[in-house]
Ligand binder design. Sequence first.
Ligand SMILES: Nc1ncnc2c1ncn2[C@@H]1O[C@H](COP(=O)(O)OP(=O)(O)OP(=O)(O)O)[C@@H](O)[C@H]1O
Ligand SMILES: [Mg+2]
Length: 253
Amino acid sequence: MTRNMPIRNCWSPAFCRFEYLEKDEEMIELVDVSKSFTLHNQGSAVIPVMTGASLRVSRGECVALTGASGAGKSTLMRVIYGNYLASAGTVTVGGLNVTLAEPRQILALRRETLGYVSQFLRVVPRVPTLEVVAEPLLALGHDRQMALDRAAGLLARLNIPQRLWALSPTTFSGGEQQRVNIARGFAHDYPALLLDEPTASLDARNRETVLELIEEAKCRGAAIVGIFHDSEARQRVSDRDIDVSQFAPGLAQ
Ligand SMILES: Nc1ncnc2c1ncn2[C@@H]1O[C@H](COP(=O)(O)OP(=O)(O)OP(=O)(O)O)[C@@H](O)[C@H]1O
Ligand SMILES: [Mg+2]
């Protein structure tokens, strides 16, 4: 991709791969979502984190979640991913109502539609890096060689030295692990992506590569929700910023 390409408007229906969605359907949609935690081991104390959270993310669009530490950015992301069940309201991703979905539907959603680059890499020990990155494609039934080639291409692009590809990433540096995590998150062309601080511990060159991967994902029509503490990165890839502090329970009517 050339650096000067007009990123924001490059998505066009002609490139839309998500035929199963209605033309105007949002890829990610939250309507009036509330989330509170009940701490069963602490006298069943109830911690309300957000209320009335509504958000729509279209294909080819990147929405950045902002707000102070503890405001609920990661919680909102986990509600979209189905890790946390919303206390009220509806969450829909790729046409699936996540709040009502069965576990097998959530697993299929995560395999096919919704990618998540968490802040820290979590892997099964002793699995080689190349396999870790190729795994999402293999889980979808893609040809093994194609999956490994794609994984190799991403690892090379993210400057992970080839001598490390046969090793488990568990002993890698923080920045190396983050890049492996990103390579894995971008292996399959997910229609929707959640990115939790994807550039947090990267040097300028690798940060640039990650921003290009995000821009390319937008261009092919991915709907992205991201948390970017780096404001320059956020300004470059985000089409809209949503301050989650507006969903704080104290502010609700
Ligand atoms: N599993 C949980 N159980 C209880 N409380 C939780 C849980 N997860 C989050 N919280 C609470 O929800 C609030 C929001 O947390 P969250 O991690 O979403 O904040 P954040 O905006 O991502 O902050 P940061 O910028 O520091 O990552 C915090 O007060 C936190 O303690
Ligand atoms: Mg967080």
